[in-house]
Design a binder for this molecule. Structure first.
Ligand SMILES: NC(=O)c1ccc[n+]([C@@H]2O[C@H](COP(=O)([O-])OP(=O)(O)OC[C@H]3O[C@@H](n4cnc5c(N)ncnc54)[C@H](O)[C@@H]3O)[C@@H](O)[C@H]2O)c1
Length: 466
């Protein structure tokens, strides 16, 4: 059994680190560090009933609105359109930039003829759109800083929300999402597409069927050389993303790697993230790259970015599992989410996908044996949708499978696969890792967004009604 570390010990660690790093004492007698660590764990009264397993009436044709039509939002529009109007219709779209909204409208008109209402031209045009009464589901694909305000308002207007990753990047904002979902009894699902990858759903299927035995540890990551895109004046709206690297140090984008691992390990369904420690390497990748961009770029020759080139965050779960989550978007190395999973009976490593089994020697499984597992444990969603996923694409088809599944669950009145607690527990790694880094890699405990319900074992939704 696990040996949960007592809160007091955590605070003592905080205090030790605080004196080591020279944090001052504040009015309450606690150090700043102790105060920050304690605030994370303050209990909050619930604003409504829990939304675990939330079921709403079937919506035969889901009326969809999209806010933010950039790289990601435009893809959501394309894929919802591909799913077809029998299942979903796009009733409204919004982007602050008129030309971008217009381009999306033209795409829809040329590809099937949908003609949603268009909102644009000002920063809060989305509010007007959300007051319409012909929207069931809002997909939000705006810069990170807008996610929570838009989601909260949408739920208050009675809409279900699918919001892009990460859902939020402060502890308070994670709570706002949970509290609002509970108060309004609306779905708030984070659109973690990687949870619908063919390899990830195959691993989930094997983990759920005992192939790995007892799961003990995992490693995952977002390793993606984004330097060119971060500095580009055209790729991200107003270069919003590099501003986060400039101001913050921690794991800024944990959920692509961590979401699937959380599902393998049934996090908030019998286990939970208990605490993390985080450490960043030196920062130099962006300083150096800044010298190579055009002089008319706002970030030309800028230095002093806070985000270390590599952030390593290590999470311990209540049952004693460990998870390494890495974040590196500035090193010239191949893309990887690692996707490593270890159990008492089997082991998997991604990039490329390989597996070994206890009792079958020290090497990887042969191609044939590996293929046998692939076929035997193909997830039913991929068995059903593979052709369409390949035709429609979106990160190898995972985006199509995710949106199809979300809409299908709403059509059939099924609970969604992921809930607001998943969104909060996975996203909160960002602010907790920032705090740990800031305080010298001290342990930081996770808030319990489920308010104790994590102890109730539950199957993953995607394993119940595939
Ligand atoms: N799941 C994935 O694989 C994946 C991939 C890429 C991006 N994302 C996520 O999607 C989100 C958007 O990223 P992106 O790459 O599309 O960025 P982007 O800059 O291309 O798109 C953001 C869009 O939001 C619009 N916008 C900004 N403020 C607005 C406002 N007030 N009202 C309406 N529209 C507004 C911008 O004009 C822009 O078109 C981020 O959360 C990102 O992390 C996820």
């Amino acid at each position: 059994m696990s040996n949960p570390i007592k809160r007091r010990n955590f605070l003592r660690l905080g205090a030790a680190a605080a004196s080591f790093f020279g944090f001052s004492r504040i009015a309450s007698g606690r150090s700043e560090a102790e105060d920050q660590l304690a605030r994370i764990l303050e209990s909050r009264p619930a604003a409504g009933k829990p939304v675990i397993g939330l079921q709403v009436k079937p919506i035969p044709q889901v009326r969809v609105a999209v806010i933010g039509l950039g790289n990601r939002g435009e893809e959501h529009v394309r894929l919802v359109n591909a799913i077809g109007t029998q299942k979903a219709r796009i009733t409204a779209i919004c982007d602050i930039r008129e030309n971008v909204a217009q381009k999306t409208l033209e795409f829809l008109q040329k590809n099937g003829g949908q003609k949603p209402a268009v909102y644009s031209g000002k920063a809060d045009a989305w509010k007007e759109m959300l007051r319409r009464d012909d929207i069931d589901l809002v997909l939000i694909a705006t810069p990170w800083e807008d996610h929570v305000e838009m989601s909260v308002y949408a739920m208050q207007q009675g809409k279900h929300v699918g919001l892009e990753v990460p859902a939020a990047y402060t502890v308070e904002d994670c709570w706002k999402l949970v509290d609002t979902a509970e108060a309004t009894q609306r779905n708030c699902i984070m659109l973690e597409n990687v949870c619908y990858g063919e390899e990830e759903l195959w691993l989930l299927n094997m983990a759920a069927n005992g192939v790995f035995g007892t799961l003990t540890y995992a490693e995952c990551a977002y390793i993606h050389d984004l330097r060119e895109l971060l500095y580009s004046k055209d790729y991200y709206y107003n270069q919003w993303r590099i501003r986060h690297n400039e101001a913050r140090d921690g794991n800024l984008y944990p959920t692509h790697g961590l979401g699937p691992v959380a599902q393998y390990m049934d996090i908030d369904r019998g286990d939970r993230f208990e605490h993390l420690v985080s450490m960043s390497s030196m920062q130099t990748g962006l300083d150096e790259y800044a010298r190579t961009v055009e002089p008319d770029n706002e970030f030309y020759n800028r230095s002093g970015y806070r985000h270390g080139d590599m952030n390593n965050t290590l999470i311990k779960t209540h049952l004693g599992r460990t998870i390494l989550v890495q974040h590196d978007v500035v090193t010239g190395r191949p893309y990887s989410r690692i996707n490593m999973l270890a159990g008492t009976k089997a082991f998997h490593n991604g990039y490329p996908s390989r597996m070994s089994m206890s009792g079958k020697g020290h090497g990887w499984l042969s191609k044939e044996d590996y293929q046998t597992y692939r076929e035997r444990f193909t997830h039913p969603l991929w068995a059903k949708l593979k052709k369409e996923a390949e035709t429609n694409g979106g990160h190898g088809g995972m985006d199509f499978v995710m949106l199809y599944r979300l809409i299908d669950c709403l059509n059939r009145g099924l609970p969604l696969d992921m809930d607001v607690y998943d969104a909060a527990s996975w996203s909160v790694v960002t602010p907790l890792s920032e705090l740990s880094v800031q305080l010298g890699s001290v342990p930081v405990r996770f808030p319990d967004f489920t308010r104790g319900r994590w102890k109730e074992p539950r199957k993953q939704g995607v394993m119940v009604h595939p």
